[in-house]
Write a protein that binds this ligand. Structure first.
Ligand SMILES: Nc1ncnc2c1ncn2[C@@H]1O[C@H](COP(=O)(O)OP(=O)(O)O)[C@@H](O)[C@H]1O
Ligand SMILES: O=P(O)(O)O[C@H]1O[C@H](CO)[C@@H](O[C@H]2O[C@H](CO)[C@@H](O)[C@H](O)[C@H]2O)[C@H](O)[C@H]1O
Length: 444
């Protein structure tokens, strides 16, 4: 039998080669130059061996902490793939256990069942989520950001005001990184077994449309516009609940100036890594400048920060928003700051564009399908903004009346996506790039 220390040594020795293949590893854009353990905590010494490890991944000057769960039950020693090891984590939360620097806790009024086995969800994303029966989902944040994770903070705030469009938070795991700051490393929430994510629903609708080449989006059975409008209601209500829970304030001229400056800075940074963006830089800059000149009075508050169709779930009780962590590639202080809710609206609008065009990636040019994709995106974007306007709080108002600012947020998001796709899914780079070409009118 291999002991905890030997296992950890083996895993750490193999990690530099294995990281680039992990969906959750956010540094695929440059080589891993080193991995060193920061904290190693044995959660179970034997049968199954379960060790929590915080590692620091170095990529040249960039150094970032990630968490691993190491075990002896699976060939790759990733204990998140072992049902019994995953079950131990839930039991530790239910028990309110403390092991070394790790504090496991249930939320104050949550009554948790022990003894359930856990399985990783198949659609692995930036983090690793484990599902227990049809009851709970535990998200283990892979890249660790010192401090309370906005996902947990905003879920708690929304629960406190009775928000109906989120999954209830049920527990947490907190650790301590190098500087001694408590850091959220896991969040347990109510699992919605009947949920279908918005991306799956939207892309099914697009597929149905593409299969009926000569019909328009409002003529096919899988029309999504009604759902898009209801999603608009849900997003507006979550914004109103966040405002009720945590307040809002009018943005000062400085804030708008800084927001637009951050867009320009992001553009400068991304174009360095992705020269394909170069032809669009002048048009992007003037769209950002136009937003600065015309922003007028805007209200800022806590927002979702990375809203897209993969972050919304359709359940029998309506649309829910998940994953309030913000963009994984954005500095955490910016993610925790007060921002315009129009940013989230822009995120969903981008997502409709993605859903419409993803089937065309790598396919031969087909005029008919290109026109249908544009029609689908236009119809659903309009339905979503209409729904949002119907339910928006008075401080946010109708996004359609903030055209230039919304366009700038959309383009800024598309620039972020260029960086994200370059680092994670290079074959998808054409999706945000062709959107930028369309929106700025600079040709594809
Ligand atoms: N409460 C929930 N009920 C059902 N499924 C969920 C729930 N929360 C998340 N999921 C599923 O897990 C996936 C990943 O969750 P998410 O919070 O977006 O993690 P990540 O930060 O890794 O992107 C989602 O796309 C969704 O399919
Ligand atoms: O869900 P995450 O927090 O991991 O968000 C990251 O990954 C997303 C992709 O999984 C990425 O979203 C982009 O692709 C989506 C389709 O897969 C599309 O619906 C979104 O509009 C588009 O932004 C997201 O940007 C990234 O932060």
């Amino acid at each position: 039998m291999t002991g905890p220390n030997e296992l950890v040594d083996k895993v750490l020795a193999e990690l530099p080669d294995q990281l680039p293949a992990q969906r959750w590893f956010g540094g695929k854009d440059r080589p891993v130059t080193g991995v060193r353990p920061l904290r190693t905590t044995v959660l179970n010494a034997a049968d199954p061996v379960l060790v929590h490890v915080v590692v620091e991944v170095a990529q040249g000057d960039r150094r970032e902490p990630y968490q691993l769960l190491v075990g002896d039950r699976t060939d790759d020693h990733d204990a998140t793939h072992d049902a019994e090891s995953a079950g131990l984590l839930l039991d530790l939360i239910a028990d309110g256990a403390r092991v070394d620097h790790l504090a496991f806790a249930a939320e104050p009024d949550a009554e948790l069942h022990r003894g359930l086995r856990g399985r990783p969800i198949t659609s692995e994303q930036s983090n690793t989520s484990l599902v227990y029966g049809s009851q709970y989902i535990l998200k283990l944040f892979r890249k660790l950001t010192p401090g309370d994770n906005p996902d947990l903070v905003l879920h708690r705030a929304l629960t406190a005001v009775g928000c109906e469009h989120i999954a209830r938070p049920l527990g947490s795991i907190t650790g301590t990184l190098g500087d001694g700051r408590p850091t959220t490393i896991g969040m347990l929430a109510q699992f919605l077994p009947d949920a279908v994510d918005g991306w799956a629903m939207a892309t099914t609708s697009v597929r149905d449309l593409m299969a009926e080449g000569d019909l328009h989006p409002d003529e096919v059975g899988g029309d999504f516009a009604g759902e898009a409008q209801r999603l608009g209601h849900a997003v507006a209500r979550v914004h109103a609940d966040l405002e009720r829970a945590l307040g809002s304030e009018p943005a000062a001229d400085d804030d708008i100036g800084q927001t637009v400056q951050a867009m320009r800075d992001r553009l400068d940074a991304v174009v360095e890594d992705v020269p394909d963006l170069l032809p669009y830089v002048p048009a992007l800059r003037s769209a950002f400048d136009a937003a600065a000149d015309t922003a007028g009075a805007i209200s800022i508050q806590h927002i979702h920060g990375d809203l897209h169709l993969g972050q919304v779930l359709r359940t029998v009780q309506g649309w829910l928003l998940i994953d309030f962590e913000g963009e994984p590639g954005t500095p955490v202080d910016e993610r925790r700051s007060l921002r315009s809710p129009l940013r989230d609206v822009a995120g969903v609008l981008r997502s409709f564009d993605y859903a419409a065009h993803q089937l065309l990636v790598g396919a031969a040019e087909d005029h008919q399908l290109t026109v249908r994709a544009l029609e689908w995106a236009r119809r659903n974007r309009a339905a979503f903004t209409e729904g949002y306007a119907e339910a928006a709080s008075s401080s946010v108002g109708d996004p359609r009346e903030r055209g230039r600012l919304l366009r700038a947020f959309e383009l800024d998001k598309a620039v972020y996506e260029v960086a994200y796709e370059h680092a994670n899914r290079p074959e998808w780079l054409t999706v945000p790039l062709s959107s930028i070409a369309r929106i700025t009118g600079e040709g594809a």
